[in-house]
Design a protein. Structure first.
Length: 181
């Protein structure tokens, strides 16, 4: 075979190999969402165990999340834990300095509080590398605005452009929780 013909054939073969189908041996089956709620005294703990972000078959690795809500007499704590349960590194891309947000909705779905409201965030592109098996945890506390007793829903948002997710957890505020002083 002539060298004039060999080089183009090798290039076509390399492109065909690079664009060919891939196997996905790390594909996992989606889990059903579940909420765990535990109460003791004046403290409520709600944990949202979330399904993977992707709901349809995709080629990118999956990210899973859990939302924790803990209420006490003086504050409400939120924790969003984002986990990379694969062996591959995942790069989270954030279009601004805001990586997350927490929202409290009342039983009618009205927004009662938003962590990011009134805050200023940088307007720069930001990346966070999440290694295989690593977790990223974001925590915030609401301690200044009293909520009336009742049932509420907490929503946590990961504001990543390439792996956005929303997690919800229901929780209850008792008469003694977050009492006005």
């Amino acid at each position: 075979m002539s060298s004039r013909l060999l080089i183009p054939v090798l290039c076509v073969g390399a492109v065909a190999f690079a664009c060919g189908p891939r196997t996905h041996n790390e594909a996992s089956t989606p889990r059903k969402d579940s909420v765990l709620v535990a109460q003791s005294g004046g403290t409520t703990l709600a944990i949202q165990q979330g399904a993977p972000v992707a709901t349809r078959k995709t080629t990118k690795p999956r990210v899973e999340a859990q939302l924790y809500v803990r209420t006490s007499e003086s504050h409400i704590r939120f924790a969003l834990q984002v986990m990379n349960n694969t062996r591959k590194n995942i790069e989270l891309t954030f279009p601004t300095g805001q990586t997350h947000d927490f929202v409290i909705l009342d039983s009618a779905g009205r927004e009662m509080w938003r962590w990011g409201s009134g805050r200023m965030f940088t307007q720069t592109l930001r990346n966070k590398l999440l290694g295989g098996g690593e977790a990223l945890e974001m925590e915030e506390t609401m301690n200044r605005k009293p909520l009336p007793p009742g049932r509420y829903t907490a929503k946590a948002f990961l504001t990543s452009a390439n792996y956005p997710l929303v997690q919800e957890a229901a929780f209850t505020v008792n008469a003694t929780t977050i009492a006005s002083r």
